[in-house]
Design a protein around this ligand. Structure first.
Ligand code: MLT
Length: 255
């Protein structure tokens, strides 16, 4: 095959778990995105020593794990759910109490997105906290990519869209091997508008306003701060684990 005929990889973005069946394919790595706050909390937990995170879609499943003695985080509508150990703030996942532990997590949207894509070729977790490591990994894998935004209750949301656009932008700057779907082209331009001050760009976004009302402005600031970790959580046998260094991304400039 000549270079001209070389088959391109695909990259696209899906605005919500509801649309996932339309976008899914058997080839793509699926990146789950819920920057405010589930995927940011997951990255934080691994950065602070958690061993495993079992994402579950329902509170019933979470309760069953709690009864078996697991540490369980549960959030609905931005608030921690009574009777569990943590909510969904990244600041809940920084203590000594999580080191070496398996944590069960259920959230309004993020864990629903993971559940919807559970049969994908590979699922990884993306957030501003690990964006550079994530892009290095994706480029290194040389596979098609689907950026799955968790949105809000199956609707589009701005912060996940901006993040998906930022990943698309980085990938398009560093590789000519991809064919870009219309959704991720649109998000790339959106992310360029947001780049200078993402927090300000999101001022009128519904979930930022929701979290701000709950006095969670520090969570927002933290979740929008890029490159706090190189960890890439990957879904394996029903749980998220830290990607092993062997299959992980090379640092920039290597390889
Ligand atoms: C979710 O998964 O729905 C979000 O992370 C909500 C939140 O900010 O707690």
């Amino acid at each position: 095959m000549t270079k001209m005929e070389e088959k391109k990889l695909k990259i696209d973005a899906c605005f919500s778990p509801f649309l996932y069946p339309v976008y899914k394919d058997d080839e793509s790595i699926v990146v789950i995105i819920d920057v405010l706050r589930a995927t940011s909390a997951i990255c934080t937990a691994f950065e602070n020593g958690a061993e495993k995170i079992i994402p579950v879609a329902s509170l019933e499943e979470a309760k069953a794990y709690k009864q078996k003695g697991f540490l369980v985080g549960a959030e609905r509508n931005g608030l921690p759910v009574d009777g569990f150990d943590f909510g969904n703030s990244p600041f809940h996942y920084m203590g000594e109490n999580i080191k070496g532990k398996t944590i069960v997590l259920t959230t309004t949207n993020g864990t629903q997105a993971i559940a919807s894509a559970k049969d994908a070729y590979k699922i990884v977790i993306g957030s501003f906290l690990n964006i550079d490591a994530l892009c290095d990994f994706l480029l290194n894998e040389k596979r098609s990519i689907l950026l799955l935004c968790s949105g809000w209750k199956n609707k589009f949301n701005l912060e996940d869209a901006v993040f998906a656009g930022a990943v698309t932008d980085e990938i398009s700057n560093r590789s000519d091997k991809y064919d870009f779907g219309d959704a991720c082209i649109a998000l790339k331009y959106l992310s360029q508008m947001a780049r200078k001050n993402t927090n300000r760009f999101l001022t009128h976004s519904s979930h930022k306003k929701r979290l701000a009302k709950l006095n969670l402005k520090e969570d927002i600031r933290f979740c929008l701060t890029p490159n706090q970790t190189k960890v890439i959580p990957v879904y394996k046998d029903g749980a998220l684990v830290k990607m092993s260094p062997l299959s992980g991304s090379p640092q920039r400039g290597e390889g």
